[in-house]
Design a binder for this molecule. Structure first.
Ligand code: NAP
Length: 341
């Protein structure tokens, strides 16, 4: 019998999130016994509707809905979750994918140095984008933390009861290979003082995913973390402008073809492969790898595949402390907004 799985994808109107929606709809057309209903969780109604229309044009008859949410606002996430609970009695998948990489300016000196001494770093890292320090939301949270981490955490905790209703439900975090342990400071867990709040947010993503997995396993809920490789999406292109953005994309293709750099996935479709893989593989093939990161890679000819990488220096105590802080913060917001989950 065919089951329709409900998949919420944050930031699904562009980039990797859009690629995940395409892949799940493509999967639905090819597997009559496993259908997906896609819920595009986006902050902008016009962009969300454009994405919905484009998906339905590519996959006529596909099941695609929209729910509006600004993940940087806890109030908004609470409202979104109320709406989701009204519409659905269960959920199979939450893709915690939306993300920002704020940039104050481009450091041309870094670009010049990397061009000469380490062109591969230039094509894989974001060192040249200088991130602003100390930006907070109207709710006094670190902005990147709020959007990339806490908004998703609130969503998961609010929707936990719907995830419990399905067997092998999955939480899938789009992380990054730049999420290394030195970027996270437990004392400044909202990364307000950090000059790399993006990298800190992705490190937190990895810690939270592993911790949530062990907490939620008893309910048959699994949490995984992924890396999309290096894809030419808006998250960096918006800071570079049209000309540099396309120059970057050509550089990615060249690096993959001529240097064999397997992390250069370049397109949404290839970049989203690891998320799709984790969403659709039998859980028995995945569940022992929850302490690893599922990464999208490509060969020289642009064929995507998935491999796992270690999450360096995972520290159980550090993860526990972080998740406890998030729970405490969530409780404060529940009181503030009189939100009964
Ligand atoms: N591209 C890469 O090479 C790469 C590498 C490593 C990790 N990642 C991760 O992949 C994820 C997706 O990014 P992308 O590369 O696909 O970039 P993207 O095209 O810019 O997608 C980001 C998505 O997040 C949404 N978003 C941002 N802030 C939001 C908020 N406050 N509330 C709700 N939605 C919000 C954006 O919506 P709007 O369109 O409204 O702005 C957009 O849909 C991110 O978590 C990113 O860190 C990407």
């Amino acid at each position: 019998m065919s089951t329709v799985k409900i998949a919420i994808i944050t930031g699904a109107n562009s980039g990797i999130g859009y690629g995940v929606a395409q892949r799940l709809l493509d999967h639905s057309t090819k597997n009559s016994n496993e259908q997906f209903k896609i819920v595009l969780a986006c902050r902008n109604k016009t962009r969300a509707t454009d994405a919905q229309n484009a998906l339905l044009k590519e996959f006529p008859g596909g099941l695609v809905e929209i729910v509006l949410v600004d993940l940087s606002s806890v109030k908004c996430v609470f409202e979104c979750c109320k709406e989701v609970k009204k519409r659905f009695s269960r959920i199979d998948l939450i893709f915690c994918n939306a993300g920002i990489l704020p940039c104050s300016y481009i450091d041309w000196w870094v670009i010049a140095k990397q061009l000469v001494f380490s062109p591969t770093a230039l094509l894989s890292r974001t060192d040249a984008l200088v991130q602003p320090v100390g930006i907070t939301t109207t709710e006094d949270l670190g902005e990147t933390f709020a959007c990339n981490v806490f908004g998703h955490y609130v969503m998961i905790r609010e929707l936990e009861n719907l995830l419990i209703k399905t067997k092998d439900s999955r939480i899938i975090w789009t992380s990054s290979c730049t999420a290394t342990k030195e970027h996270f400071n437990s004392e400044d867990y909202q990364a307000i003082k950090s000059n790399v709040p993006y990298e800190a947010s992705k490190r937190m993503t990895d810690l939270i995913s592993i911790k949530l997995n062990s907490r939620l396993n008893k309910h048959d809920i699994y949490s995984f973390t992924t890396h999309p490789g290096v894809a030419a999406t808006n998250i960096v292109r918006d800071h570079l402008g049209w000309v540099m953005g396309y120059g970057m994309q050509i550089g990615f293709y060249a690096a993959r073809t001529f240097l064999g750099m397997r992390n250069q996935t370049v397109t949404n479709w290839n970049g989203s492969y690891s998320n799709y893989h984790v969403a659709t593989q039998p859980i028995d093939l995945l569940k022992n790898d929850y302490v690893k990161k599922f990464c999208s890679y490509c060969n020289r000819f642009g064929e995507a595949y998935v491999d796992t990488d270690d999450i360096e220096g995972y520290n159980e105590v550090e993860a526990e402390v972080l998740v406890n802080k998030l729970d405490k913060l969530l409780d404060e917001f529940r009181v503030k907004y009189n939100n009964k989950s």
